[in-house]
Write a protein that binds this ligand. Sequence first.
Ligand SMILES: [Zn+2]
Ligand SMILES: [Zn+2]
Length: 320
Amino acid sequence: MLFLVLVSLPACRDAATDDVVATARPHASSRQNLPKVVLFVIDGPRYSETFGDTAHTYIPHLWNDLRPLGTLLTDFRNEGTTSTNPGHTSIVTGTWQTIANDGSEWPDKPTIFEYYRKHTGAPQQDSYVIPGKDKLKVCAYSTHAEYGTDYGATASVGHVSDVAVYDALLSVLANQKPTVVLVSLSDVDEAGHSGVWSSYVAAITGADSLVWKTWNYLQQDSFYADQTYLFITNDHGRHDDAHGGFQNHGDGCEGCRHLTFLVLGPDVKADHTSDSRFMQRDICRTAAQILDIPAPYAEGIIMQEIFESPPTGIKTKAPQ
Ligand SMILES: [Zn+2]
Ligand SMILES: [Zn+2]
C-alpha cells in the first residue's frame, strides 16, 4: 500500500533521477513502523482560558477527549522571550532563542528537523513546518555551521487561517508522510491582539476542535496510528489581568509565561497530570529521545516523567 502511494507521486519527482526514487522508497517504507513527532502549537492563549479554567469552557476536546489519553503538565513555562518567533524557535531548538520577532532572523542553534535529517539522512519531505504566519518560516532551519539549510524542514508558508493550516497539514500527512512536523495555529493570537474577547475565546475553541480532528486523523492513518507523539503547547501566553490583560503579551508576567502542555503517544502515561515544572525548551530533547537521535546543542532536559517507560526509539540503520 505504501509503495503504491509513493509511486503515485511521480509528478513531484519527475525531475528526480531513478537513483533518487530508488533510495526514497526504501527509506520511507523503513519509517512505516517507527516513531513520529507532531509539535502542535496554538499561538498565544493564556493558561487561564485553557487548562487553568476549572470549567474548561473553551477546550472541550482537549479536556474531555484528549487529556484522558495523555499526560497534562500544569506548570509548563516559557522562561525565555514571550513572543512568537522566540517561543517557536525555543521549542524546535531546545534553547532560549532571543531572535527578532519579524521573521528576519533565524535561530542560531540547530532545530529538531536538522538533527533528524543529519542523523538519519532523511530527505527534506520527511520534516515539515506548517505555520499560519509567514514569519515562522525561520523554524525550518538554523544558521548553525554544522547544520543549516541542507538539513532544514520543508516550510509551507502563507499567512492563513487555522482551518487553512489544518487543511495543509492533512494534505502533507496524507501525501508526504513526514516523520517530524511543526504545525502552528495563529488565529488565537490574532484575535487576542484585536482586543475582542468573544473572538479570542472563539478562536481557542476552534483550535481545540482542530487538534482533536488532527489526533483522529493520525489514528486512522496506518503510517501514524499508535506510533505518533502529539505535543500540544504554546509559544507564549498573554498578559494576566494585573499586567494589561489578554490583548497583548511579551513580558515576564505569569500570564505570558504559563503555557498549555499536553502530550499523547505510545509510551506516554495516559490520564496522567503532573505539576512538576518543565520548560518550553525541554521539548526538543524529549522529541529527540523519541526519535532516537542526538540533539547535542539543545539545552533542555528529557521529560522522562511523561513516559511509561523509555521509548524504544527510531531505528536508523538496517540490521547488519
Ligand atoms: Zn505568538
Ligand atoms: Zn505579560
